[in-house]
Ligand binder design. Structure first.
Ligand SMILES: [Fe+2]
Ligand SMILES: [Fe+2]
Length: 226
């Protein structure tokens, strides 16, 4: 369990100092010995699970909104949207399980995330299919960067525990890291799909993508805390 391991404060300084969005994360070796986490580490992990559950819930509802508007209007997009939506449902269900198993309080703004995400998906899809794909490109860019930041943070915990000599991550941390890495790869696949289906032909492209990225960053910051 998350509550049975030992402290690492470096994670928090890394989290606050990371500004770039590079997508490649190097995997570190993992030892199997379990150590207790500090209160601060547990608080970080709870926040990570809370924001990731809220984010995947949002993605689920964005694709629901897009599918609702576009599936019948553009039959060639239906399987593409269905595939991405199915993956988001899987991500959402996975973090629902993490949240329940580790008794992490959900974001208090969950109803707002649901409504806002559906409106964002359906609203951009109502402009055009390219605008819907621009929405996907913007969302997945922010979420891909967000997952990379979490992976760096968790990776740094490993590094500290490894070099200290007598600390090591538990299987729970390893599993969370693997889950986030897999989901990050899925999000980047969605990003590529959005570009392939003409996200960059959306009008007005810059306004849509930069506006949606800002909304997503504010939502991530808020869901971590509220
Ligand atoms: Fe996702
Ligand atoms: Fe996604």
């Amino acid at each position: 369990m998350l509550r049975t391991m030992r402290p690492s404060r470096r994670c928090f300084s890394v989290l606050s100092s990371l500004k770039n969005t590079a997508f490649e994360i190097e995997q570190k070796p993992v030892k199997a010995k379990a150590e207790p986490l500090s209160e601060a580490q547990n608080a970080y992990l709870e926040r990570a699970i809370r924001v990731d559950q809220a984010g995947e819930l949002g993605a689920d509802y964005i694709y629901a909104g897009q599918f609702f508007v576009l599936a019948n209007r553009y039959p060639h997009l239906k399987p593409v949207l269905q595939h991405m939506w199915d993956q988001e449902v899987h991500h959402h269900n996975t973090f629902n399980r993490w949240q329940l198993e580790h008794r992490v309080r959900p974001s208090l703004l969950t109803p707002l995330w649901k409504l806002g995400a559906f409106v964002m998906g359906a609203g951009t899809a109502s402009i055009s299919s390219e605008a819907a794909m621009a929405c996907t490109e913007a969302v997945e860019t922010v979420i891909g960067g967000h997952y990379n930041q979490q992976l760096r943070c968790l990776s740094n915990q490993y590094e500290l525990q490894w070099t200290d000599g007598n600390r090591s991550p538990t299987q729970e941390i390893t599993l969370l890291t693997e889950t986030i890495r897999q989901f990050r790869d899925d999000e980047l696949e969605h990003l590529d799909t959005a570009i392939e289906y003409d996200s960059r032909k959306a009008v007005p492209y810059m306004l849509l993508t930069e506006g949606i990225k800002t909304i997503c960053r504010v939502a991530v910051w808020t869901a971590e805390r509220i």
